[in-house]
Design a protein around this ligand. Structure first.
Ligand SMILES: NC(=O)c1ccc[n+]([C@@H]2O[C@H](COP(=O)([O-])OP(=O)(O)OC[C@H]3O[C@@H](n4cnc5c(N)ncnc54)[C@H](OP(=O)(O)O)[C@@H]3O)[C@@H](O)[C@H]2O)c1
Length: 258
């Protein structure tokens, strides 16, 4: 059974791996014996996290700004300079924007479309040579996109562009899964509910809002790092080899109502 869920020795790229959900996933993979590359815009933050995680295993940093095509292409090139194959690509980097309906800025749509959708497409396609090199008939290469419950149901907060881009990402996941199945590359999405992060700090750091969110979650709590790392590791292991085009809510049951 240990072997069924093993990711030992796999090469994994986690975008936005410097904090929040990306760090939860990166930390889980390092602890499970994978060789992890993390990426985010801020080089110092990335390097510091890679150094910390290297105490438990193998982790390195390649900074990149994924808000434009050259950034995504540059990251793909830098990764492919360092490794011969990429077993797992975790497209986690993302951003949100909240504002009242009539004040919601057009710029939010452009910003979030670029990072939450376009960057995932560009990075995945630019990394296809390394993913193909890892893909085998019984052990496909894996792409794991981090979507959101806000792309599955109407969010409680006014995050219009965010929820639209996450719904787009879920659809793109299915589209790429269909397209890449022949090449033995699986593409799945995790749709997280509330998890502790900088993105969620405005809500979770306020005890009243936090309690309100917890009361909405049927399992009665905020997500924990193991909840996120566990699902990503399952998808990346032999146990997840026959799953493609799925959008998995990791949300304590939030999407069972509302
Ligand atoms: N936390 C939640 O409850 C929750 C729920 C549902 C879905 N999600 C999704 O989970 C993912 C991670 O979110 P999080 O909550 O962990 O947010 P976070 O704490 O804000 O982390 C975002 C990460 O992405 C990186 N990043 C942001 N913009 C980037 C850019 N232009 N280029 C490269 N890297 C960039 C950030 O590092 P730099 O600032 O250094 O670039 C950071 O590492 C997102 O896709 C988010 O939509 C989160």
């Amino acid at each position: 059974m240990n072997e069924l869920f093993s990711v030992d020795g796999r090469t994994v790229l986690v975008t936005g791996g410097s904090r929040g959900i990306g760090l939860m996933i990166a930390r889980g993979f390092v602890a499970a014996g994978a060789h992890v590359i993390i990426s985010s815009r801020r080089a110092e933050a990335c390097a510091a996290v890679a150094k910390e995680l290297s105490a438990q295993g193998r982790c390195e940093a390649i900074p990149a700004d994924l808000s434009h095509d050259e950034g995504a292409r540059g990251l793909a090139a830098a990764v492919q300079d360092r490794v011969d194959k990429l077993d797992v690509l975790v497209n986690n980097a993302g951003a949100t924007w909240g504002a009242p309906l009539e004040d919601y800025p057009e710029s939010a749509f452009d910003k979030l479309w670029a990072i939450n959708v376009k960057a995932v497409f560009r990075l995945t396609t630019a990394l296809l040579p390394a993913l193909r090199a890892a893909a085998g008939p019984d052990d496909p290469a894996r792409v794991i996109n981090i979507g959101s419950v806000d792309g599955l149901r109407v969010p409680a907060m006014e995050v219009y562009a965010y929820s639209a881009t996450k719904a787009a990402l879920h659809m793109m996941t299915r589209n790429l899964a269909h397209q890449l199945a022949d090449e033995r590359i699986t593409v799945n999405a995790i749709a997280p509910g509330p998890f502790e992060s900088k993105m969620m700090a405005f809500a979770l750091d306020d005890p009243t809002i936090r309690a309100g969110i917890e009361s909405q979650v049927p399992l009665g709590r905020i997500g924990r790092p193991d909840d996120m790392a566990g699902t990503a590791i399952y998808l990346a292991s032999r146990a997840g080899a026959y799953l493609t085009g799925a959008v998995i809510p990791v949300d304590g049951g939030l999407t069972t109502h509302g």
